[in-house]
Design a protein around this ligand. Structure first.
Ligand SMILES: Cc1cc2nc3c(=O)[nH]c(=O)nc-3n(C[C@H](O)[C@H](O)[C@H](O)COP(=O)(O)OP(=O)(O)OC[C@H]3O[C@@H](n4cnc5c(N)ncnc54)[C@H](O)[C@@H]3O)c2cc1C
Length: 544
């Protein structure tokens, strides 16, 4: 992995991947031809930058390119700001602590200078989690965790590994691999995100069904808060009152800076199989996914695509021989009017994997589905970390692509999924634009499932107009999610973009408790203002 380009996802200097002609045709037919707006150059953004308010402070980077590179994350509003060069505010400085002691020094500096501090891991937040608050006139310092890295300790007997919080996904696995161990936490952003960022956002890996979400893997660590240090011991279980680890999980930089992360690791599975099936219609496919979840088989992933997502996946896969053969096979088997692709991953030893795959096969057949072999699964394994590169490619064709996600009980899922799809598809009718929207179940649980939606719409010539299109879609989709009893985020966190909907989920008292915790740990309110919680000052000024 190289250095990420300053205004996108792919490596600096790399070309975006080609989009299959079938997928371009599909988009043109569904939402019309795209016209890419002109991107601002890095030189233009550097030239427009104001002076740093912290230029007189030693030990901080105020290099303009460094400031721009740490100004935003990876949400669509972040992309619009970066591509148009209309960043609003950029941080005044970047600082790179190497030890918990350094972090304490930075907290003291922040207090002394009346600055806001923004913890920054991989900067892959898709909810506006890593940017200076546009309404806060204090200077801001990004605390980049890129030197807080490496395996600090490994207790093989207990299966506990201690990592610096800034360690990137591939470095976590590279450190564990020689010991035959794995964490197995593989969000799609794995190559560019950090273990501390995962904890701070309660992330879900693609195979969390088997390995566990980060909240199950996070055993303890060290949080440096403005009010002091909080050491979280890695007890296997404890009845000693509420678990403080749960406060750190999902705290999104509001309560302090996580410097060390202790995680539960396990033996690397001997085999991994990703077989696939196709079911003929969505309601029966959902029933099958639910039955699989309830069977509690040793699976690491169940991923079920709606008919529209299945058709889009096939279009993106191009017109190679394999895809043509699959289409012919589906016609021959008369699978059903609206094929839904089901991918399942099973990891472990040979016997368990074989048993799990056989059981899934019999559940799927009971619901009218048919096996289509290992080729879609192999393709998924090969490309799973490259799919996000499409964002760069589509942008350059004049299209914005974004995702949103929720989790809801099985009983409410069908209505939520139908309403969400309709809402996204018609969300820009008022402005005469169409939207291509599709979704899949990405994580299944005995009582419900996550729902992960992707939507594509055309970029406008004016970045403010593109932002307005995004906001219409995001607001309408969030209202639908909340109305149907879904969580406002299954995995991406709250950041700025979901903050408005948090009170509905936590209740005013619950949110008040979190605000009180923030006030106790961070009396000067310097940690990541504007993210997760509104604070008293926000409320006084009427911000939500
Ligand atoms: C292409 C793409 C795919 C993605 N796929 C997934 C996915 O499959 N599953 C998933 O869950 N998410 C996914 N995400 C979202 C994102 O990658 C996760 O939220 C991830 O956990 C963020 O990690 P990070 O290191 O990049 O954190 P950052 O983006 O740098 O920070 C995220 C938040 O955590 C805070 N923070 C970071 N480090 C620390 C620390 N050490 N101490 C205290 N606070 C800290 C930041 O202030 C911020 O509020 C994806 C994002 C992208 C762009």
């Amino acid at each position: 992995m190289g250095v990420r380009r300053w205004n996108g996802w792919i490596d600096e200097g790399a070309e975006p991947p080609a989009v299959a002609s079938g997928a371009v045709r599909l988009l043109e037919a569904e939402i019309g031809p795209g016209a890419p707006p002109r991107d601002a150059t890095l030189g233009e953004v550097v030239a427009s930058l104001g002076a740093s308010a912290l230029a007189d402070e030693a030990g901080l980077s105020i290099d303009p390119v460094d400031r721009i590179r740490h100004a935003r994350g990876q949400s669509l509003p972040d992309w619009i700001a970066l591509r148009s060069g209309r960043l609003g505010r950029v941080p005044d400085a970047i600082v790179r602590p190497a030890t918990s002691g350094d972090v304490r020094g930075i907290l003291e500096l922040g207090r002394r200078r009346g600055a806001a501090l923004i913890p920054f891991g991989g900067g892959t937040s898709v909810v506006g989690g890593v940017m200076p608050d546009l309404d806060d006139d204090r200077p801001s310092i990004v605390v980049a965790t890129e030197l807080l890295t490496g395996l600090h300790g490994l207790d093989e007997t207990s299966g506990l590994a201690t990592f610096g919080a800034g360690t990137l996904g591939p470095d976590v696995e590279a450190a564990l691999g020689p010991h035959g161990l794995t964490l197995g936490h593989l969000p799609q952003s794995w190559e560019r995100s950090t273990i501390g960022g995962w904890v701070a956002t309660r992330s879900a890996g693609q195979q969390s069904l088997g390995f566990g979400r980060i909240e199950e893997l996070f055993a303890g660590g060290r949080l440096e808060a403005p009010a002091g240090s909080m050491v979280l011991p890695p007890h296997p279980a404890s009845a000693a009152g509420p678990d403080l680890r749960q406060l750190v999980l999902g705290s999104e930089g509001r309560f302090g800076i996580l410097t060390e992360t202790i995680v539960r690791v396990g033996p690397k599975p001997r085999v991994e199989a990703v077989p696939s099936w196709v079911l003929g219609e969505w309601p029966r496919a959902v029933d099958a996914a639910r039955d699989i979840a309830r069977a509690r088989l040793p699976l690491s992933m169940v991923r079920l695509s709606t008919p529209i997502e299945t058709a889009t996946t096939l279009a993106l896969a191009g017109e190679g021989r394999g895809v043509r053969a699959l289409r012919a096979y589906l016609r021959f088997r008369r699978v059903g009017p609206e094929p839904c692709l089901l991918l399942v991953a099973a990891s472990g030893d040979e016997k368990l994997v074989e048993l799990a795959v056989r059981e899934v096969g019999s559940i799927v057949r009971r619901h009218g589905g048919t096996g289509i072999g290992g080729s879609p699964g192999r393709q998924w394994l090969r490309s799973r970390f490259q799919v996000p590169d499409l964002r760069d490619a589509l942008w350059e064709l004049g299209y914005a692509i974004d995702t949103l996600e929720t989790a809801v009980d099985w009983s409410r899922l069908p209505d939520l999924a139908a309403d969400l799809g309709r809402t996204l598809r018609h969300g820009l009718d008022d402005v005469g634009e169409r939207v291509h929207a599709f979704s899949h179940l990405s994580h299944v649980y005995p009582s419900g499932s996550s729902l992960y939606a992707t939507y594509v719409f055309r970029l406008a010539a004016d970045p403010d107009e593109t932002l307005d299109r995004w906001r219409r879609l995001k607001d309408a989709a969030s209202e639908v999610i909340v109305r149907h009893g879904g969580t406002i985020s299954h995995q991406h966190g709250v950041g700025r973009d979901h903050r408005r909907w948090l009170a509905g989920e936590k209740g005013e008292l619950g949110l008040g408790v979190l605000r009180d915790v923030s006030a106790r740990l961070d009396p000067d309110r310097m940690m990541n203002p504007g993210v997760l919680l509104t604070d008293a000052r926000d409320e006084r000024s009427g911000r939500r």
